[in-house]
Write a protein that binds this ligand. Structure first.
Ligand code: PEP
Ligand code: MG
Length: 585
């Protein structure tokens, strides 16, 4: 068994197809001064052809996975327009008299090495993008054929060193049972696309695997556990085949409760909503009978592009989501960049502690034009559905008041311009900082609702970086302090009579469900895939029993005691899938 990281869930059983590397070794090739113009012409022609090809892929992909994932290729197009990348290539041709393909290869190597040196997942992903685009350009300069996957054979499991978004775009999901790559992370573009395509994916498998696996070898890929089995015994194939069948049966069973009301046995109804960051996820949420969208992470609109999205572009997306949801609530969270979320074109300062730094609402209150563009787009979309606004990373009453003052300005502007928006757009905040918890009573006077962001609240309560693998064992959702933080927040909200929900990953953790019931939480917002499993469990629970359990949790002195008590209760429940509480968004 080879351990990797599960990046897209599901099970694949089948034969391997090992993808040859899409890379070329080029001999050092000098040119004469008189050939410079020709080399530049070849370079520009290569860029033109590459752009046409990328545009085509973008169109094809839009058909398969929707417009938002196809934006990935905007990042590739932006690289071909990037003056730094292009100057590097042109400089090598002009100053070192090297052929266009050699210059491109050297420029790719230069940037990839530079980005790889940075110990930053995001930059490593950008290195992959540069390699992908650069190799496409090289392919045209060399006149090399595209590496295509077998389409006339049996469906296969794809093994690759790394898989670029453009290679993935060429995949026919009906031919690819699953994928395993040596490189990659769960947040890479390719992983996002694999999830959208519903293809099981394991990334980060050990390098020795590449030599070990040959095309035609029998494999099992478990995208949930992140493992690959090479030459599995028949007994393991049988086991996984039955797991696959159970997976299918469970899906069917859950389909049966899509329109069942999410209510406990003693009558407590809970709003089960979805966290989304794309339209594709909205479709999954709607087909799971979602109450609405409890968290629309708008960052995706700002990522993988070369400039800030304009008001009109944002408005179109928000309006589409609002219209698709009809009267169901749509909570749009304003831009939450910084920390681990970067924008290529928006320079953030070098910081020692980016998670405690210039980010989210802090940027928005500083760059008010950027913020107002988004607020105007959201307000305009409010005319077309049940839209609410939510500010992230709030730490003080002043921040809420400053944000609301800008919102008021936007409303005035829209009135003057005669652009319609809903009269009463509810405004809420994320409670994800201990400071916000401790002044929750004051904050509740300023807003219509709270949504507890447990992902960050855990990180900041425990002072444990949610991205740091070395201390990941300390990232403990069931720490007594975290339960107290949550309790304080809910009590303040209840006391002031405002709506309170949870939108961190803990909301979708079946184990936490009695806690939410005991506290009488109004809404749980989670990954769309968790809605039905959570509902299934909810239907079996009683609020009163949850209250008794929660009281006993409050007397626990350690997180292991809390886990033990929750496990004991869980043991009494029917078997279900337990989505792990993850640290990242
Ligand atoms: C959270 O912090 O719990 C949250 C939902 O926001 P994000 O994961 O996007 O930081
Ligand atoms: Mg957060």
């Amino acid at each position: 068994m080879i351990q990797g990281i599960g990046a897209s869930s599901g099970i694949a059983i089948g034969k391997a197809f090992v993808l040859p590397n899409w890379e070329w070794d080029l001999p050092e090739q000098k040119i004469d001064v008189g050939d410079l113009a020709r080399e530049f012409d070849r370079l520009y022609e290569g860029i033109r052809t590459s752009k046409v090809e990328i545009e085509q892929m973008k169109d094809e992909l839009r058909e398969v996975v929707g417009a938002e994932e196809s934006y990935i290729f905007d990042a590739h197009l932006a690289i071909l327009d990037d003056p730094v990348f292009m100057n590097e290539i042109q400089g090598i041709i002009q100053r070192q008299y090297k052929a266009a393909e050699v210059a491109v290869k050297e420029a790719i190597d230069h940037f990839v090495t530079m980005f790889d040196l940075l110990d930053d997942e995001y930059m490593k992903e950008r290195a992959l993008d540069i390699k992908d685009v650069g190799n496409r350009l090289l392919k045209h300069l060399l006149g090399a054929p595209e590496i295509t996957l077998p389409s006339d054979t049996q469906p296969f499991i794809l093994i690759a060193k790394e898989l670029s978004p453009s290679q993935l775009a060429h995949l026919n999901p009906s031919h690819v049972l699953g994928i395993a790559t040596l490189a990659g992370s769960t947040t890479s573009h390719s992983s996002i696309m694999a999830r959208a395509l519903g293809v099981p994916l394991v990334v980060g498998i050990e390098s020795k695997l590449e030599e070990a696996i040959q095309t035609g070898d029998m494999l099992i890929i478990d995208g949930e556990l992140g493992v690959v089995h090479l030459h599995p015994e028949q007994s393991l194939v049988d086991l996984y085949t039955s797991k696959q069948i159970m997976y299918g049966e469970k899906k069917q069973r859950l389909k049966g409760i899509v329109s069942v009301k999410p209510v406990t046995q003693d009558g407590k109804e809970m709003e089960l909503s979805a966290n989304i960051s794309s339209l594709k996820e909205l479709d999954v949420a709607l087909s799971s009978g979602t109450n609405g969208v409890g968290l629309f992470r708008t960052e995706f609109l700002y990522m993988d592009r070369s400039r800030l999205p304009q008001e009109e572009e944002q408005f179109e997306v928000y309006r589409t989501v609002a219209e698709k949801l009809g009267s169901k609530p749509l909570i749009i969270r304003t831009l939450d960049i910084g920390g681990d979320k970067h924008l290529d074109y928006f320079e953030l300062p070098e910081e020692d502690n980016p998670f405690l730094g210039y980010r989210a609402i802090r940027i928005c209150l500083d760059k008010t034009d950027l913020f107002k563009t988004q607020l105007r787009a959201i307000l305009r979309a409010s005319h077309y559905g049940n839209v609410k606004i939510m500010y992230p990373l709030i730490s003080s009453v002043d921040e809420v008041q400053a944000a609301n003052a800008l919102l008021e300005q936007c409303k005035q502007e829209l009135r003057t311009e005669g652009l319609p928006f809903a009269d009463k757009v509810e405004v809420g905040i994320m409670i994800e900082l201990p400071a916000a918890v401790l002044i929750a009573d004051l904050l509740a006077d300023e807003v219509d609702f709270f949504s507890i962001g447990t992902n960050d609240l855990i990180q900041f309560t425990l002072a444990v970086d949610r991205m740091n693998e070395q201390i990941s064992h300390m990232y403990e959702p069931y720490h007594p302090s975290v339960l107290r933080m949550i309790k304080l927040t809910v009590e303040a909200a209840k006391h002031k009579g405002i709506h309170v929900g949870v939108c961190g990953e803990m909301a979708g953790d079946l184990k936490a469900l009695p806690i939410w019931l005991a506290l009488d939480i109004d809404e749980l917002s989670m990954s769309a895939h968790s809605i039905l499993p959570v509902k299934e469990r909810l239907l079996t629970l009683k609020q009163q029993e949850s209250r008794d359990l929660f009281n006993s949790l409050l007397s626990c002195r350690t997180s292991s005691q809390i886990h033990e008590k929750l496990r004991a209760v869980q043991g009494e429940q029917p078997a279900a899938d337990f989505p792990a509480v993850s640290k990242s968004s």
